[in-house]
Every structure is written in structure tokens, then in C-alpha cells.
Write a protein that binds this ligand. Structure first.
Ligand code: C2O
Ligand code: CU
Length: 470
């Protein structure tokens, strides 16, 4: 395997394997649907290397696309056939706390050989996903994640609805996951575990067939441990319809670039306006070179529609609050510190003040408000029905992707300036030295994690929780 085939932090050409993505499986029957985590193999490098040993839901990478309908009850039985305890977290679903899947906070991790029933009714339609919440940095790096699609009761008119899960893997020359580097402090204290091999739906550079004139809904999800993706669809002006599952007023981003931090999602509507036989790429443009993540292959001889379609109407609103009471909000600061090239001299961990060396011995290099890792008491306690504002300050040399469980929030201040038009999100990318105030209506009682979704940062200290008093 030639080095030139690998994705690097600087960006490089990808291999040429061109395979068709596997379609998702539709589920959602009233009987529990079993979701089994187990060891499996996946042809991550296509023909260029033997299949990689992975961990996958139902033995697949990514796991099955779970499709359900808004406000319909979903019953999933998670069966753990791994050699490690695990859980399933339903990222972005404003769920009952007991179903949130956070080991050590909302449930005990499910031991190998045992199962746990997740029953919940998604209040919002949109693009969500699921992944473990125990040793997430390792279990996701090995392939445990999948998309959860909640359909609107009246979905927009499109010809096809495609879910694309992006992931970067760290593979060795033999095509196997580089296990030796799992848990490396160098990754934990820098950008997190960045992979060298990009896949879309578990395949390197898949070909997505389409016909001229088709209208597609594309659901993009960043399932990387730590890599921020910048995606651009060559030759098309895509309509951005929703972020993190929540509808926005549709628009076409000027440069066509959609930036997705780890865990973020975007829904697009794309009209296939090129000529039969065209083969534009979905490019990943965050590096020095644009990488072809996937191709849209226009059929040479089929035309679905000649005339252009009118711009799409906005997706129907989800039941989120129409306003937030910022004046009466409970305010809490969240100072983010640590990491390589940071100024942090020490932090509290497990109830004790420690210097950097001692922290590193404990696998800790980041802190929120001077504390590394989870604490007995929450960052804030807020009564149900009140608005809370968390003022985040990124005093580190790295970007972070802050995720709040159980709620969507809005950025209401950025670097000291009030903002009124920012979209609802469940995960926020905060650049180095940036400040943002996020506001949410604390309407979902329970214990909710707030952490960096760069999973190595989470594991190395960037994790706390918020309690909404019922
Ligand atoms: Cu996507 Cu706390 O997780
Ligand atoms: Cu981070």
C-alpha cells in the first residue's frame, strides 16, 4: 500500500477503490428490534487490502440505518456481544433521561453477553445517530455507530433520500485498524485520533448512482472520532435544509462548503443538474488538497426530469421553544483549558488538585472550570422550565465540538456579541480562543452530559454534566 493512498492531517489523495454503498435497512416494527454489537470484518480498503477486523452493530460498519417516524415509539433491544461493557446513546434525540445511554450517569454499562431495552419516542424529525457511550473513543474507532433517521409525518418531495455517514479510520499498511495507537496520549492532548483513511458508509470512495433531473435528500453525518470535515459537492448548488436534525430556512452556502464537526449532521437537498454520464465528487476540502470522498455517477442514458424544480420549501418545524427567556436565564461559565500548547498548570481530578504530570499519569490533559473529568456534582442545576445560558470560553490551542445531551440549544452570543439568528444545534464547533454563549430551555428532567465530541478530549477530561430538576 502506497503512502499516497492515505488521508493525512495535511490531506492527500485517497485510493481509487470505487464500490457501491450498501443500502440501509428499514426498521421500526412494534416488536423489539434487536441491535447486536459484535466483532466483524469490513472491507474498508476495498480490494486494496484484506477486510479489517472491526466492531459493528449487527456486524456492519456503519450499523444499520434505523428509520422511524416522528412521535412513534421505538423499541430496540441492545445485545452486547463485545468483549467490553457498552451502551447505546441516541445522539441528538431529546429523549427520556433513562434511555440516554450514558454509562455511569444514566445507566450501568451493559456487560458482555447481556442486553438492555431502549424504548423511546423521538419528538423531533430529522437526522440523528447512535453510538456507544462507554469507552466511546475506542468503541467508535473500531466501528460502532449508525444513523437514526426520524421521518417527518409529511416528508419533503424528493426522488431519493440517502444517508451518508463519513468516518476516518486509522489503518495500518495491512488494512487493519491501528490498535497499538488507541489511547495514545499524543492524540489525546492534540487534535484527537485522526484517521488516515476516509470512508462513506464504510466504503472508500463509493459511487452513488443517479439520474439527471433527480432531486435528492442527502443526510450527511460526521462519525469521525475527532476530525472536522469540510464537504463540498462539485458542480451543484446544494440547499442546506437542517443542521443537527433541526430545520433551518433553506439556503445555498456561498462557497458550497458544509463544515461538520464530529457528531454534527446536515440535511441537503440537491438537484441533479449535470448531464448524463457526469461524475462529480463529494469533496472533503479541509486539507491542503481536496479529497474525493464519494462520487455521484450520473447514468449515461437515463433522464428523470428535464425542467428544473423550484427551490425546496423549508422542512416542517420540530416542537422546539419559539423563544428563550434570556433575561431570566440561569448563567454559568464553562472555561475550557488544557491540551498541548495550552497554559494549564494543573486541575482537580477525582477530588484532588493535581499538577500536569500527575494528571497525564491519570490520562487527563483537559479541564472544564479547573476540573478534569466527571464530578459528583453537576456543572449546573436548573429547574425545569427555566432557560439556561452556558458561556463557553475556549482557552486552548484547539477547536472543540461541544455536545449537550437531551436538549438542542442556540448560540446567543459569540465573542461578546449578541446573536439572534443562529440555528438550533446539539453540537457546537468552537474554534481556539473563541467564546460562545449557548442557551437552551431546560425542559427535559434528568442528568445530561455536556462534553467535547472529539472523543479523546472527552476521555481526557472534557466532560461534565447538567442536571435539570424535575
Ligand atoms: Cu454523541 Cu455524549 O455523545
Ligand atoms: Cu475537544
Amino acid at each position: 500500500m502506497n503512502r499516497r493512498h492515505f488521508l493525512s492531517t495535511a490531506g492527500s489523495a485517497l485510493g481509487l477503490a470505487a464500490l457501491t454503498p450498501r443500502p440501509g435497512t428499514a426498521v421500526g416494527s412494534p416488536a423489539p428490534r434487536v441491535l447486536e454489537a459484535r466483532a466483524a470484518t469490513a472491507p474498508l480498503m476495498g480490494d486494496a487490502a484484506p477486510p479489517a477486523a472491526v466492531w459493528g452493530y449487527d456486524g456492519r460498519v456503519p450499523g444499520p440505518v434505523i428509520r422511524t417516524k416522528q412521535s412513534e415509539k421505538l423499541h430496540l433491544r441492545f445485545e452486547n456481544r463485545l468483549e467490553q461493557p457498552s451502551t447505546v446513546h441516541w445522539h441528538g434525540i431529546r429523549i427520556d433521561n433513562a434511555m440516554d445511554g450514558v454509562a455511569g450517569l444514566t445507566q450501568a454499562a451493559v456487560p458482555p453477553g447481556e442486553s438492555f431495552d431502549y424504548v423511546f419516542t423521538p419528538p423531533d424529525a430529522g437526522t440523528f445517530w447512535y453510538h456507544p457511550h462507554n469507552r466511546t473513543w475506542e468503541q467508535m474507532a473500531r466501528g460502532l455507530y449508525g444513523l437514526l433517521i426520524v421521518e417527518e409525518s409529511e416528508p419533503p418531495a424528493v426522488d431519493r433520500d440517502l444517508a451518508l455517514a463519513f468516518d476516518d479510520w486509522r489503518l495500518g499498511e495491512d488494512g487493519q485498524i491501528d490498535e497499538a495507537s488507541l489511547g495514545h496520549m499524543r492524540d489525546w492532548s492534540h487534535a484527537g485520533r485522526l484517521g488516515n483513511w476516509l470512508t462513506v458508509n464504510g466504503v472508500s470512495q463509493p459511487e452513488i448512482p443517479l439520474r439527471q433531473g433527480e432531486r435528492l435528500r442527502l443526510r450527511l453525518a460526521n462519525c469521525c472520532n475527532a476530525r472536522v470535515l469540510s464537504l463540498r459537492l462539485d458542480g451543484h448548488a446544494a440547499w442546506l435544509m437542517a443542521l443537527d436534525g433541526q430545520p433551518i430556512t433553506p439556503y445555498q452556502p456561498d462557497d458550497g462548503v458544509i463544515t461538520l464537526a464530529p457528531a454534527q449532521r446536515a440535511d441537503l437537498i440537491v438537484d441533479a443538474v449535470l448531464a448524463p454520464g457526469a461524475r462529480p465528487a463529494i469533496l472533503e476540502v479541509s486539507g491542503a488538497y481536496a479529497l474525493e470522498a464519494a462520487y455521484l455517477s450520473y447514468r449515461p442514458d437515463e433522464v428523470l426530469r428535464e425542467a428544473p424544480l423550484p427551490p425546496p420549501a423549508a422542512l416542517p418545524d420540530n416542537p422546539l421553544p419559539s423563544s428563550l427567556d434570556l433575561g431570566g436565564a440561569l448563567r454559568q461559565e464553562l472555561l475550557m483549558e488544557g491540551g498541548a500548547m495550552g497554559r494549564m498548570a494543573g486541575a482537580r481530578h477525582k477530588g484532588q488538585q493535581m499538577g500536569m504530570r500527575e494528571l497525564v499519569d491519570q490520562g487527563m490533559v483537559w479541564a472544564f472550570n479547573g476540573t478534569a473529568g466527571m464530578t459528583e456534582t453537576p456543572l449546573l442545576r436548573v429547574e425545569r422550565g427555566r432557560t439556561a445560558v452556558i458561556e463557553m470560553i475556549n482557552d486552548t490551542a484547539w477547536p472543540h465540538a461541544l455536545h449537550l445531551h437531551g436538549h438542542h440549544f442556540r448560540v446567543v452570543e459569540r465573542n461578546g456579541e449578541a446573536r439572534s439568528e443562529e440555528p438550533w444545534r446539539d453540537t457546537l464547533l468552537l474554534e481556539r480562543d473563541e467564546k460562545a454563549g449557548i442557551a437552551f430551555l431546560a425542559d427535559n428532567p434528568g442528568k445530561w452530559m455536556l462534553h467535547c465530541h472529539m472523543l479523546e478530549h472527552q476521555a481526557a477530561g472534557m466532560a461534565t454534566w447538567v442536571e435539570v430538576l424535575g
